[in-house]
Design a protein around this ligand. Structure first.
Ligand SMILES: NC(=O)c1ccc[n+]([C@@H]2O[C@H](COP(=O)([O-])OP(=O)(O)OC[C@H]3O[C@@H](n4cnc5c(N)ncnc54)[C@H](OP(=O)(O)O)[C@@H]3O)[C@@H](O)[C@H]2O)c1
Length: 265
């Protein structure tokens, strides 16, 4: 039996190659696609691919009228939570790729998933190199007590910090809270220039043309420094394999799992 998958944000930068990958996988079946711009059109005409023969829905609620096992969300920060809650309420498992959700949002999503007996997997970054950055940074945090994070993205990105950065701060907070030698609140001058404190880590977001998405964890110690950095390229391919893995694993548990490495071998 193939897993029935619906993609919200189907026509987007990640959504489009994801729809193709799902339709080409032997064990998966693309049963739903959501896009407001292309609602009512056939996806095969939108993509020029005869294998993608299904009608685009205007909303997640409409798409889930078709029996679905897993909803994947690659939309936007302002709609992802509502989409996820709609799916959970219908007993549909969810894979969250969209950024913008806070730790509080994830806590509410976890509770809703537990209440409804469904699985949810979220990753701020589904690329293997970003997973490795998280893993190496968490290892470094066991030995080095001072760090700050720089969050890089294009000037067009509306939400900040990125999902990659939020997840890194969350994961580091599970190792320990970093030490701050001079309290941020006692900064002389403009304390905002010290960035925002998120899950204990100090975050500095940069939004400039020519950046795609990147994150840099800087660890400082007496007379030495360690920098661990991830930079995404301009293609969406690195996110596809990780998302497919999450689709295949999400029905194995109830509640929320945050981070691709939690489901990797
Ligand atoms: N976790 C990861 O590994 C990863 C990797 C890359 C990107 N992301 C995140 O994934 C999300 C999507 O990124 P992208 O670059 O693919 O975006 P994109 O190219 O702008 O595509 C967004 C998609 O969502 C739909 N959409 C946009 N606004 C919407 C709204 N208000 N309500 C419903 N649908 C809406 C768009 O179609 P319509 O406008 O036609 O509805 C489009 O299909 C972002 O949050 C991004 O940060 C995560």
């Amino acid at each position: 039996m193939k897993l029935k998958v619906s993609v919200a944000g189907a026509t987007g930068w990640v959504g489009k190659p994801l729809c193709k990958a799902v339709s080409e996988a032997n064990d998966l079946s693309l049963v739903g696609a959501v896009s407001r711009t292309h609602k009512g059109h056939n996806l095969k005409d939108v993509f020029g691919d005869p294998n993608l023969d299904l009608t685009v829905s205007k909303s997640v609620a409409e798409a889930l009228e078709t029996p679905t096992d897993v909803l994947v969300d690659y939309t936007k920060a302002d709609v992802v939570k509502a989409n996820v809650m709609t799916a959970i309420g219908k007993g549909v498992c969810v894979v969250i790729g969209s950024s913008g959700l806070t730790d509080q949002d994830f806590s509410e999503i976890n509770q809703a998933a537990l209440d409804n007996g469904v699985g949810v997997i979220a990753a701020g970054n589904f690329a293997i190199t970003a997973v490795l950055l998280q893993r190496f940074a968490c290892e470094a945090a066991k030995y080095l007590s001072h760090w700050e994070i720089i969050d890089y993205a294009s000037d067009a990105k509306k939400d900040a910090p990125s999902g990659t950065t939020r997840e890194l701060a969350f994961r580091l907070s599970q190792i320990r809270k970093p030490e701050v030698t001079h309290p941020i609140s006692q900064t002389i001058g403009e304390s905002q220039s010290r960035g925002v404190t998120l899950a204990g880590s100090q975050i500095h977001s940069i939004r400039l043309p020519s950046y795609i998405i990147g994150v840099e964890a800087i660890f400082g110690a007496k007379d030495e420094r360690l920098t661990i950095r991830h930079d995404a390229g301009s293609g969406a391919e690195p996110y596809i394999e990780g998302t497919l893995l999450a689709i295949r694993k999400v029905r194995d548990q109830i509640g929320l799992i945050r981070g691709l490495d939690k489901i990797m071998g």
